[in-house]
Design a protein around this ligand. Structure first.
Ligand code: PRP
Ligand code: URA
Length: 209
């Protein structure tokens, strides 16, 4: 089974309270989604391999470590995953970015694919999928399946809020994928929204409602 990490750091909890608030503006919501993405990425990249280098400090030579040129690709699920891209690139500016377009049919709650463009060399890369919301888990499950067709080295998922139902479905469908989220909420409501959640992440990021 893959790991499920719920990151309860005080900075993350504070920022989550702001984006959960229905009165938070799109501008602030977008900004804070990016900040939370940076904090979750810090943990999701904890296992990046290092190599030793020697640098000369003003005092002497020191053996230190740098990231060992690992090839990463971030893949946001459109639309709401786009809100996390700048936040993760702030830490890893050389990573490549692919895109997967999925929307959830409001009646069936099943994901509908409309776009997929991954880096040409994704087979040589570790992929980190980005989507702030894991509700039924259907979108994340389909996105992982799409990426797996191109044989990446590994896949992780970074989210912000997940429902227990979605986490269970996702880890059952893809037990080889580690999941990093900022919160696990109570449940889904009858419309498939996470409770208490934050509403529709895409609409709140882009101000479309
Ligand atoms: C939201 C969210 C996830 C999906 C989660 O996207 O960003 O992709 O719902 O739901 P699930 O776990 O039940 O699949 P949405 O379908 O609203 O599309 P949008 O980002 O384009 O608005
Ligand atoms: N998608 C969202 O944006 N929010 C939810 O609560 C569920 C799915």
């Amino acid at each position: 089974m893959g790991k499920i990490m719920v990151l309860d750091h005080p900075l993350i909890q504070h920022k989550l309270s702001i984006i959960r608030n229905q009165h938070t503006s799109s501008k602030d919501f977008r900004e804070i989604v990016g900040e939370i993405a940076t904090l979750v990425c810090y943990e999701a990249t904890r296992d990046l391999p290092l190599k030793e280098v020697t640098v000369t400090t003003p005092i002497t030579k020191a053996k230190t470590k740098v990231i060992a040129g690992k090839k990463l690709a971030f893949v946001p699920i459109l639309r709401a995953g786009l809100g996390m891209v700048d936040g993760v690139l702030a830490l890893l500016p050389s990573a490549r970015v692919g895109h997967i377009g999925l929307y959830r049919d409001p009646e069936t709650l099943k994901p509908v694919e409309y776009y997929c463009k991954l880096p040409a060399d994704v087979g040589e890369r570790e992929v980190i999928l980005l989507d702030p919301m894991i509700a039924t888990g259907g979108s994340a499950i389909d996105a992982v399946s799409l990426i797996k067709k191109q044989n990446p080295k590994s896949i992780k998922i970074m989210g912000i809020i997940a429902a227990p139902e979605g986490l269970a479905a996702l880890s059952a469908a893809h037990p080889d994928v580690d999941i990093y989220v900022a919160a696990e909420d109570e449940c889904l409501n009858d419309h498939g929204y996470i409770v208490p959640g934050l509403g529709d992440a895409g609409d709140r990021i882009f101000g479309t409602k």
